[in-house]
Design a protein around this ligand. Sequence first.
Ligand code: BEZ
Length: 209
Amino acid sequence: MSLHIGDTAPDFTADSTIGEISLHEWAGDSWVFFFSHPADFTPVCTTEMGRTAQLADQFAARNTKPLGLSTDTAAEHLKWISDVNETQHTSLQFPIVADPDLKIAKLYDMIHPEESETAAVRSVFIIDPDKKLRLTMTYPMNVGRNFDEILRVIDALQLSDAKNIATPADWNPGKKVIIPPSIKNDEAKTLFPQGWDELRPYLRLTDVT
Ligand code: BEZ
C-alpha cells in the first residue's frame, strides 16, 4: 500500500515488546515516530535502537512516542534489547512491534523487494495526534538514520502548526522562518506584528519564538 503525507496512518493491532498494542489507541494525544528495521541482532539497527533510547527525553519534550518495528517476534526483540542496552549504554523503554508475518510491513509499504523480499527497509513515519501522516522517509538497509534530522523535522512540523509558518533549508530551532505565500501582507501584519524581511514578495523571513 502506498501511503502519502496527509493520509490517516493505517491502524493495526499487533504483538510488541509491551504486549498487544493498537496503534491509534496507544498513540493517544501524542505524536508518533514510527520506524522500521530490517532485523533484530544486526549492527546498524542496534545503533539506531540505542540512539532512539538515548534520546527518550528529547522525544518526550516533543510529546512524541517512538515506536519501532522489525519483522521478527516480540520474544526475539526482547532478547535483542539486552544487547542494545549493553552495547549502546542505554535503557530502551519504547515498544518494538513484532511483525514476523510482514502484515504491517506490507500495510506501510516497508518491503522493497530489490532490498529484501522478507525484511523491512528503514522507513520513518511521523504521525500527528490526529493520526495523520506528516512526514515519510525511506532509507536503505545499509544507511543508518540521522536522529538530529528526525528531531528537527518534528520541531519544524510542530512550529509550522503552531505559528502558520514554513521553514527554510537547513532550518533549526531559533533560526528565521518563512511566511508562506498563501498569507498576504495584510494578514501577515496581524499574524507577525514583529515584522519581516522581504527579500522578494514571495520570500519573507521572520522571527518567531
Ligand atoms: C544492519 O542493521 O546492520 C543491517 C541489516 C540488514 C541489512 C544490512 C544491514
